[in-house]
Design a protein around this ligand. Sequence first.
Ligand code: SAH
Length: 345
Amino acid sequence: MSTLPLIYDQSMEDLQSIIQSWDEPAYRASQIWQAVYHRLVHTPEEMTELPTALRQRLAESFDFGAYEPMRCVRSKDGTTEKVLLALNDGQSVEAVLMHYDRRQTACISTQVGCAMACTFCATGQMGLRRNLSAGEIVIQALHFARQLQREERRLDNIVVMGMGEPFHNYQSLAQAIRRLNHPQGFRFGSRRMTVSTVGLIPGIVQFGNDFPQVNLAISLHAATNELRNQLIPANKRYPVEALLSACRAHVDRTGRRVTFEWALIQELNDGVGHAQALVSLVKGLRCHVNLIPLNPTSTYPGKASSPTHCDEFVRLLSKHGISNSIRVRRGLDIEAGCGQLATSS
Ligand code: SAH
């Protein structure tokens, strides 16, 4: 474990001024940036384009996060991998890599734990330990990108759907997106990134302004305040009607559709009436509904909806012309499914 600052916590401007304070030309910062984010090098020794003295100074000054994950597990079907990454203060964070449809998607975290306390979510039930820095968010994506590079594959999508509420750590999230997006570095396209929120309205507004091209997903799960209050405490502050208005404004501003996530929970939100309420709520809005049968967690007694109920729900949405998909549950054997991430360090 290192006590040095993470290189991934430096903006390009920060790095340039540090480099200049070492009496090196500013373009060295671009070279380092390219090595780290483009070639995915993670030790200064590999940056042979730099003078030896500079490489040494970098190694003495920054943590390049070259360490191995504390734990790495792969689901039996091989589609999902979960890693536990150690942070410099002894905390740890989980990130997941999913392989499907010949695409590689990294699911990354923004906090250790989460303060939102959604009843059905294991992360929500562990409480908030701390925010991640931008560098700690970025390093999760880089970890998988390096691994895929060794396998001669590429990362196709990044979803910010791991531990934590992204809009409860907006500053770090925004810096992380900018770093992943940076034209001289990782160059990851905005449209290949998705951020999921429990529905913090000020965050949605800010995000729409800052990142109109990055996809937005909303964890809806219920169409009435009565039910949503039970599942998602944040709903008391940002109720369904206000949330939907914010979504409509977001779609108007960005011209992009929003995704609603809906965990199908047996006899709770999976009936025809629930589907109808959802239809009325989102009518006329450019959106996609992502359904996912509830993943089991130790702290929530609810069960996944039966295949019959799932089918009925899907049929009703489709009948009303609402774009939807039902997510195949993956990674359950390694507790890497939605809402199952929780670390016990
Ligand atoms: N805090 C953000 C980011 C987490 S994304 C948010 O709430 O959107 C994780 C997604 O998995 C969210 O949509 C969350 O509601 C969902 N989820 C949580 N627990 C789940 C469970 N047990 N089964 C299925 N989905 C779950």
